[in-house]
Write a protein that binds this ligand. Structure first.
Ligand SMILES: *[C@@H]1O[C@H](CO)[C@@H](O)[C@H](O)[C@H]1NC(C)=O
Ligand SMILES: *[C@@H]1O[C@H](CO)[C@@H](O)[C@H](O)[C@H]1NC(C)=O
Length: 442
């Protein structure tokens, strides 16, 4: 039941059941070629002007209205100003081909591009050169935040790919309550501070792969409620790192898998974060994580201090596997690379840690810390009675196979907050030795 129908433009249509991890096919139901064959709505024919000083939002909205019941909105190569924001509602069998570059000129908050209640949808660049430049530095230099770049809400059967999102005023890309989606071959470059999330996702049956993120907050992060989400080949190139959370009351997250995640100079390789709260996270796996120069590495923090305590005894974590983690952390005695701090009101269990080899770049020991945590692997308590216990610290003075292959060009400094961030090309590899699942279109 593996179907890979590749259209003339290279769009993958329902690369069905790429993994048992997903619950069904993902992506748009019809190709961009068949949408464009039906109708093309070039924004230049709807009042758009390829000029950074024109507000192209009304033209994009008009082109969408004309093509949203079947067709392709086309934004040709060129520079386009956006002074007001676009909300594109409804629509089915519609795509947006962004070969041009959209530049933020307006200063309102909210979302520059908001797409909602849409089915069979594709947002892509046929040349892999399309981008949105948020010029967030203008806000960040003044100590404030500006608009987010892209938000999808209740979008079903969709893909987003081959587009760069650069320097958002706030978050770069959020998928809220979406399903059957594929997101791939993207690069996100944000400023070097918090609140500039890369990709945040909640919903079901979504495959996110071949993504590079630079910022200082979430790389690719799953929020509640979410299920059947597969995240693969992620390059956290100077970022906050990947995470699950923050989690509060009634958390409902299950069947999440991250695989092949390369992280360097980030806050963590993976953080599962809650503080109080209720509900659960279960049936998840995090495999083939490598990295270096990160502050934290594998971190479950049920007392995450950056989050206000939520009502409840704590979020329950169970049946979670971590396999094949290699590399180094910045200082393994200051920040334990293995830290499993589960809530005392909901001790975690069924945690499996295998092939965990993380050494330190400073000093000669690494710490493992566990609290209220049960399962198999280093530091965890065994047994079937999952009672609360105080933190235990284990000192490890040698680690075997921690050597990793690094990416060819790791970023050596974060982007500042006071100058414009250049629009990068989309990379052709996001994990050492792995080619993307789909070739770039351009
Ligand atoms: C999404 O695609 C699947 C598979 O083609 C189809 O069964 C389903 O009806 C689609 N959903 C919507 C809302 O169009
Ligand atoms: C990581 O980011 C830096 C800074 O933008 C860039 O120069 C470098 O090429 C990136 N690394 C890769 C492998 O893309």
């Amino acid at each position: 039941m593996k179907i890979n129908i590749v259209s003339a433009l290279g769009a993958i249509v329902f690369s069905s059941f790429v993994s048992a991890q997903l619950s069904g096919g993902v992506g748009p139901s019809t190709t961009t070629a068949s949408k464009a064959a039906k109708k093309v709505c070039n924004i230049l024919n709807y009042g758009g002007v390829a000029s950074k000083t024109t507000d192209n939002a009304p033209a994009i909205a008009s082109a969408w209205a004309a093509c949203k019941s079947g067709g392709e909105v086309y934004i040709p190569a060129g520079d386009y100003g956006l002074a007001t924001w676009v909300t594109l509602t409804g629509g089915t069998a519609v795509s947006i081909n962004l070969d041009g570059i959209i530049y933020r000129t307006g200063t309102a908050g909210g979302n520059m591009i908001f797409i909602e209640h849409t089915t069979d949808f594709e947002f892509y660049s046929s040349t892999s050169k399309g981008a949105v430049q948020g010029y967030g530095y203008v806000f960040h230099a003044a100590g404030t935040y500006g608009p987010r770049i892209l938000r999808l809400y209740e979008v079903v059967n969709f893909s987003v790919h081959d587009i760069a999102l650069v320097d958002a005023g706030a978050f770069h890309f959020t998928m809220d309550t979406c399903s059957n989606g594929e997101v791939y071959n993207m690069i996100i470059r944000g400023g070097n501070e918090g609140e500039l999330d890369g990709i945040d996702v909640w919903g079901t049956n979504i495959w996110i792969h071949d993504i590079e993120v630079t910022n200082k907050d979430e790389c690719v992060t799953v929020k509640s409620p979410a299920s059947y989400i597969l995240v693969e080949s992620i390059y956290s190139n100077w970022s906050g790192g990947c995470a699950i959370g923050s989690l509060g009351a009634d958390t409902d997250i299950h069947h999440i898998q991250y695989n092949h995640v390369y992280t360097q100079e980030s806050n963590q390789m993976l953080l599962i974060k809650s503080n109080g709260g209720s509900g659960s996270v279960y049936s998840c796996s995090f495999n083939n994580f490598i990295g270096h120069s990160n502050a934290y590495t594998l971190d479950i923090d049920g007392y995450w201090s950056s989050e206000t305590t939520a009502a409840g005894n704590g979020v329950l974590f169970y049946d979670i596997t971590f396999d094949n983690w290699h590399g180094t952390c910045s200082n393994g005695a200051t920040r334990a690379p293995l830290q499993l701090l589960c809530p005392s009101g909901a001790p975690c269990y069924g945690i499996t840690i295998e092939n965990f080899d993380i050494w330190t770049e400073a000093g000669s020991e690494v710490l493992y810390k566990c609290e209220n945590a049960y399962g198999s692997g280093p530091c965890l308590s065994t047994g079937t009675s999952h009672t609360a216990y105080a933190i235990t610290t284990h000192t490890v003075t040698s680690v075997a196979s921690y050597t990793i292959t690094k990416m060819a060009a790791d970023f050596t400094a974060g982007f500042g907050l006071t100058t414009s961030i250049p629009i990068p090309a989309i990379p052709t590899s996001f994990y050492p030795g792995l080619a993307p699942s789909s070739a770039l279109l351009g």
